[in-house]
Design a protein around this ligand. Structure first.
Ligand code: SAH
Length: 252
């Protein structure tokens, strides 16, 4: 039997229309579809009726399938000769563990392809009327993870460097709802401007999109009051002002 193949496909940030043409074509061909929690569920209807659909559902503290088992599953299905589509939220290589899965496939000698996706880091701000760069406002944008508790001594996030990045441009914080308070405190400690505009966006690109607007010093309390829940991201920088200046187009 010939070995199958694994395609790591980015499903986009939530709006099902934001899948790529190439990604959709692979979903329609798949023998096996292994999908994450944050993918637009409407995309599952695009797979063949006989396609095996496997929910890898990765809620934060409730990994339905632990990563090593998931890696083994991809390898096993491909060894059965199957065309496996591994569907991930946003882009597979932006905080999506796509790189880890690609390395496992390489080590197992399984052919694979990557189909990049529309990342939430850019698309979710766009649906909230925030361009991540703008001439005279931001010459860079920096995407970072808030998944780690900054109070942990072993936290790998360099807040001094991030506070410096905020002087050059925009910061986009993914997975940071739980620790928003401590993350903002760390940034302030390292000299970020306290009155820099900040916007939290929950369920971005979806009909139930919600935003909370404030500054670096106020945003954590405001998000807490509004009971913001994942998936949500926070965008920080002068570009946030453009939303109120007329770029907000999606409506909520
Ligand atoms: N690979 C994904 C990111 C995975 S990390 C990508 O490229 O988009 C998951 C984090 O992405 C969430 O915790 C949240 O911060 C952000 N996110 C994903 N979808 C989102 C959405 N629809 N609205 C707001 N944030 C979202």
């Amino acid at each position: 039997m010939t070995t199958g193949k694994v395609i790591l496909v980015g499903a986009g940030p939530g709006d099902p229309g934001l899948i790529t043409v190439k990604g959709l074509a692979w979903i329609r061909q798949a023998d096996v579809l292994v999908y994450d929690r944050l993918i637009p569920m409407a995309l599952l209807d695009e797979s063949r009726p006989d396609c095996e659909r496997i929910d890898a559902g990765k809620a934060q503290h409730d990994h339905k399938i632990p990563q090593p088992q998931l890696n083994a599953l991809l390898v096993d299905k491909a060894r059965e000769g199957k065309l496996v589509v591994r569907l991930k939220g946003g882009d597979p290589f932006v905080f999506g563990r796509g790189g880890e899965e690609a390395l496992v496939l390489h080590a197992a000698g399984i052919p694979f392809e990557i189909v990049p996706g529309v990342t939430s880091a850019v698309a979710v701000p766009a649906y909230a009327g925030v361009p991540v760069t703008q001439r005279d406002m931001a010459t860079a944008f920096t995407v970072f993870t808030g998944h780690e508790n900054p109070d942990k001594p072993e936290s790998a996030v360099d807040y001094a460097a991030l506070a410096a990045c905020a002087r050059a441009g925009t910061l986009v914080l993914l997975m940071g709802v739980t620790y928003l308070d401590t993350i903002m405190r760390e940034l302030l400690k390292h000299g970020i401007a306290p009155d820099l505009p900040a916007l939290v966006i929950e369920n971005g690109t979806l009909p139930n999109q919600r935003t909370v607007s404030g500054t670096v010093s106020t945003i954590a309390a405001l998000a807490r009051e509004a009971a913001i829940r994942p998936p949500a991201l926070t965008v920080i920088g002068e570009v946030v002002r453009l939303r109120a200046q007329g770029v907000d187009w999606f409506g909520e």
